[in-house]
Design a protein around this ligand. Structure first.
Ligand SMILES: Cc1ncc(COP(=O)(O)O)c(C=O)c1O
Length: 377
């Protein structure tokens, strides 16, 4: 039985997530509907150009149908093959790890750090074997991982490095935007992300030599621009799939780009209000706060508490949603089930809780959530 059925927005309810639809969205989509291109066309190309200019002008951006598509494409471009191992976070959306199962690749899970829920670089180092080919990290909630340490391990062992930045559009590490820091970086534009295209994703690729291949794999293995010239006699030599973004989705992305700075600033101000609201309060630790060398993209506000279900119940009595959002991936049979060796995850798995944070909230809503939490449960 679900003790916490979904709340509807309005009536003083504070819901956990709410999509941000930019002001120009309807008009932008209408223009596409009236044009020749509703599938992948000029808007996709324009969105890729503007997105790359925003996060990593020296990388190529490939728009795809979802963040999961972007990850799968990155793993293909990384040349992962059956029997390879990839070190990946135990605590993440299943989307980080499911593409490996399609490829016969083994995800080797790394534990979390207790203060960030990000991948623990010290644990990663212990997991390297001769079969390890890559490391994939997730910037949990929007706080960048310890990239210097993780990159150093990848460099030392000749591994490719992939960032799952589904939560981290707007994040920066040591003054540099997330998006241009690794071999591959993936972003998600799923419904509740900072920018949404309904569903969608972007893959940032460092090596320009891989871009044409990436475009082919995005479209069955076909060189789409050659085929559009009319007479096409090319073979298909690589197994691709249909990972592309549509112009309808890209129109939403372009409209979201116009509001990107204010959307991010709003989220960051809400997260800062949570940080202030919980400062010094015994029994509540806000995950990922207090870093001065990196910028938090403020996608999730996660706290550590005792008696999580008790707090969820108390919040719900006050018409406030909360939830776990992600679960340790070794709870799922598809990954082989429960494993040993995650000392931090074992302690934290019953303690983390995600609180509402989205553009429909204001500072008063955050104060209300904080005061309910502070009143005890
Ligand atoms: C950490 C992480 N990785 C990957 C994804 C998958 O992205 P998408 O839903 O756009 O496929 C998500 C979910 O949105 C996520 O939270």
């Amino acid at each position: 039985m679900n003790e916490f059925p979904v709340l509807e927005p309005g009536d003083g309810n504070i819901v956990l997530f709410h999509p941000h639809v930019p002001a120009g969205a309807a008009e932008a989509v209408q223009q596409v509907l009236e044009s020749r291109w509703v599938g992948q066309g000029p808007r996709v190309a324009e969105f890729e150009r503007r997105f790359a200019a925003l996060v990593a002008p020296d990388h190529d951006a490939l728009a795809v149908g979802s963040g999961t598509d972007a990850l799968h494409l990155a793993y293909l471009l990384a040349g992962l093959a059956p029997g390879d191992e990839v070190i990946a976070p135990v605590f993440t959306c299943t989307a980080t790890n499911i593409p490996f199962l399609y490829m016969g690749v083994k995800p080797v899970f790394a534990d979390v750090q207790p203060r960030t829920l990000n991948m623990d670089p010290a644990h990663v180092r212990t997991l390297i074997t001769p079969r390890t080919k890559a490391i994939v990290c997730v910037h949990y909630g929007g706080l960048p991982c310890d990239l210097d340490e993780l990159h150093a391990t990848a460099r030392e062992h000749g591994l490719l490095f992939i960032e799952d930045a589904a939560h981290a559009l707007g994040a920066a590490y040591k003054g540099r935007a997330v998006g241009g820091l690794s071999d591959f970086t993936m972003f998600s534009f799923q419904a509740i992300k900072l920018m949404t295209t309904g569903d969608g994703g972007m893959l940032m690729v460092r090596n320009p030599g891989l871009v044409e291949k990436a475009k082919r794999l995005r479209w069955f293995g076909i060189d789409r621009s050659a085929k559009q010239l009319g007479v096409w006699e090319n073979d298909i030599t690589e197994v691709g799939y249909k990972y592309q973004m549509t112009d309808l989705a890209a129109a939403l992305g372009l409209a979201a780009m116009d509001e990107y700075a204010s959307t991010l600033a709003k989220r960051q101000s809400l997260l800062e209000a949570y940080v202030r609201g919980f400062a010094g309060v015994p029994g509540i630790e806000l995950i990922g706060a207090g870093h001065t060398d990196r910028t938090h993209a403020a996608w999730l506000c996660t706290v550590l508490v005792e008696d999580r279900v008790g707090l969820m119940r108390k919040l719900r009595e006050h018409r406030i949603e909360s939830g776990q959002v992600h679960y340790r991936n070794d709870r799922y049979s598809i990954f082989g089930g429960r494993q040993q060796g995650f000392a931090n995850m074992d302690v934290l798995e019953d303690r983390y809780l995600v609180l509402p944070l989205h553009g429909k909230m204001d500072l008063g809503d955050v104060e209300r959530v904080c005061s309910v939490v502070k009143s005890g449960w």
